[in-house]
Write a protein that binds this ligand. Structure first.
Ligand code: AMP
Length: 249
């Protein structure tokens, strides 16, 4: 079974984002960028499926600036076999990403596409679902466990009330949640080896997709500053204050 793993280059999760002075977006100048954490989990899951003998090939794909090549090299160093970079300037919205991925799915015919449940920059949580709709493939979202037997893919999903297990018939789409696995670090020899793994370069036009935005960002602002706390003398005063706020009965 061939696996397709879309990985997005995003602002590193350890960086505290700064909003641009003019409120048009987040300042990305000189900011550390990394692979979206949920996508690292997707790459790890794909590698584990290959180690179990379920997957035969792992193809990583990224849509974004030329620098997204670094993100793909990370996926290759972790264990992906080859990569496709679709070079697009500016922000590419989830619908355009899903359309490009649909074209790649048509071309590559993967048995499973494993995406992150959301990109931590736009927090959209849309691409996997849109890709499932566009390809007409079944989807198992927010996976905390994935098992594959033949063309049956069992996905345990983290839902509000607990865990739900669904059975999908491959080819299918899976999106990863945080508890699915703990991604490995790439070893130095594998980082070196990744440099010579194949990386194809494409454009959205190659897939007939127009990536011009359909949404307009009106304003981006910092969250309100937290006001200072108040020290209370004892529990009675704390309870009284909570009652006054309507928090305690
Ligand atoms: P989103 O719907 O934007 O929250 O993204 C969900 C998932 O879709 C991500 O975790 C990635 O697996 C995939 N994805 C979104 N944007 C891109 C992109 N530009 N390139 C590759 N994969 C992407």
């Amino acid at each position: 079974m061939k696996l397709l793993v879309p990985v997005k280059r995003v602002i590193d999760y350890n960086v505290k984002p700064r909003v641009k002075m003019d409120g048009t977006g987040v300042d990305l100048a000189n900011v550390k960028m990394s692979m979206n954490p949920f996508d690292e989990i997707a790459v790890e899951e794909a590698i584990r499926l290959k180690e179990k003998g379920v997957a035969t090939e792992i193809v990583a794909v990224s849509i974004g600036e030329a620098k997204a090549q670094e993100t793909l090299r990370t996926a290759l160093a972790m264990g992906a076999d080859r990569a496709i970079l679709v070079v697009a300037e500016g922000e590419v919205e989830p619908l355009a990403v899903a359309k490009i991925l649909k074209a790649i799915v048509d071309e590559e015919q993967p048995g499973l596409v494993i995406l992150g449940k959301q990109a931590i920059d736009d927090d959209s949580n849309q691409t996997g679902q849109m890709l499932a709709a566009l390809t007409g493939r079944p989807q198992g979202t927010f996976a905390s466990a994935v098992t594959v037997e033949g063309d049956s893919v069992k996905v345990t999903r983290e839902v509000d009330g607990g865990l739900e297990t669904v059975s999908l018939k491959a080819p299918a789409i899976v999106t990863t949640d945080l508890r699915l696995n703990e991604p490995r670090y790439a070893s130095l020899p594998n980082i070196m080896k990744a440099k010579s793994k194949p990386l194809a370069q494409k454009t959205p036009a190659d897939y007939g997709v127009d990536t011009s935005p359909r949404l307009k960002t009106l304003n981006v602002s910092e969250p309100p500053k937290r006001t200072a706390g108040v020290k209370v003398a004892d529990v009675d005063e704390l309870v009284a204050k909570l009652k006054a706020l309507g928090v305690a009965a």
